[in-house]
Ligand binder design. Structure first.
Ligand code: UDP
Ligand code: MG
Length: 320
């Protein structure tokens, strides 16, 4: 028993990286400083190289060669951050797992607070952004709108102002590994598995180096994927709209019939006819579009392709 209790707990840091050659050194320097102040744990770094085309992989291998506790999961191409996080989660061996961005927007000094709450019995410790002023107005406002919409129509709620940066106990990680879907909206999946959750707050800084890897198109795609993965509300909206339009049409038809009976046949009506035809045509197209969105997702899900493909796992023992 004493042997078990003396064993140092392992904390796995999962760091997805895409073309981050300039951000890796500042990240490791900051990490070293912060983790040195947390004694009694063994920290392993799991870098997931998400198809970088610059010297990111070489920089990571330098770290491994220098004897750092680094594992590198090299994906065969860019699969996106969500898939890269899944790869990291599948390979993490820690008693706790912390996904963290390499650009220091998730400040490492928060890790000490997270671990303290974890030791106090919490299974998930969220890092909440108390300040988003480093984000552009468009990004922060669109994020607000997304969370509002999502949390209004989907369950469970996703906490707003909270990214992937969080500590998860190994029971949570085991639950995440059991989720089979190939389209992974991680924030939604993290919330879906549940567990006892608390939070710590931090101020979000600007990127240490390089550029954000998410443009407006990617963010919009991400938001639609997130919303449709956890909610049937858009489909239901069309159901409700269909019923409402049918009732209105019925009322209008009754009105026309009664008018013909009372006043005789009335030929003019081109404008109103066109308005109704175009309006209903538009509604139908939008409805078909929403159906298509869900059908497309089911189609990709039905293929059961793996979430990511690994070219190589470079572990410490390897000749990196
Ligand atoms: N990232 C990734 N694959 C991608 C896009 C991003 O692994 O397809 C990584 C990126 O290298 C960084 C983290 O995900 O470590 C967060 O990306 P970024 O800082 O560009 O996002 P933002 O902070 O702007 O939302
Ligand atoms: Mg960033």
């Amino acid at each position: 028993m004493s042997r078990v209790s003396k064993k140092r707990k392992i904390v796995s840091l999962i760091i997805p990286v895409l073309n981050e050659e300039e951000a890796i050194s500042p990240f490791m320097a900051e990490m070293d400083g912060c983790l040195a102040g947390i004694s009694g744990y063994h920290f392993e770094y799991i870098f997931v190289d998400d198809g970088s085309t610059d010297s990111t992989l070489a920089r990571l291998r330098d770290l491994a060669e220098a004897g750092m506790p680094v594992r590198i999961i090299e994906l065969s191409r860019n699969f996106g951050k969500e898939a890269a996080l899944s790869a990291g989660i599948d390979h993490a061996e820690g008693d706790a797992v912390i996904p963290i961005d390499v650009d220091l927007q998730d400040p490492p000094h928060v890790i000490a607070d997270m671990i303290a709450k974890w030791e106090a019995g919490w299974e998930v410790v969220l890092a909440m952004r108390s300040d988003r002023s480093s984000d552009t107005l468009v990004k922060s406002q669109s994020a607000r709108l997304f969370y509002w919409l999502h949390n209004r129509f989907s369950a469970p709620r996703i906490p707003a102002n909270c990214g992937d940066f969080r500590l998860m106990d190994k029971v949570v990680v085991a639950a995440l590994r059991r989720l089979p879907e190939s389209q992974r909206f991680m924030k939604g999946l993290f919330a879906w598995v549940g567990f006892r959750t608390t939070s710590v707050s931090y101020v979000r800084e600007s990127r240490s180096a390089g550029q954000s890897k998410f443009n407006v198109g990617k963010l919009l795609d991400f938001a639609i994927q997130g919303f449709t993965s956890f909610s049937l509300a858009p489909l239901r909206l069309w159901h409700i709209l269909g019923v409402m339009v049918s009732l209105l049409s019925l009322a209008f038809a009754t009105f026309i019939v009664v008018r013909v009976l009372v006043h005789g046949i009335d030929v003019p009506g081109y404008a109103s006819l066109m308005v109704v035809v175009l309006f209903l045509g538009g509604l139908q197209l939008i409805g078909i579009g929403v159906l298509g969105e869900y059908l497309g997702r089911s189609y990709f899900e039905a293929k059961r392709r793996p979430i990511y493909i690994i070219r190589k796992v470079h572990s410490r023992q390897d000749d990196c």
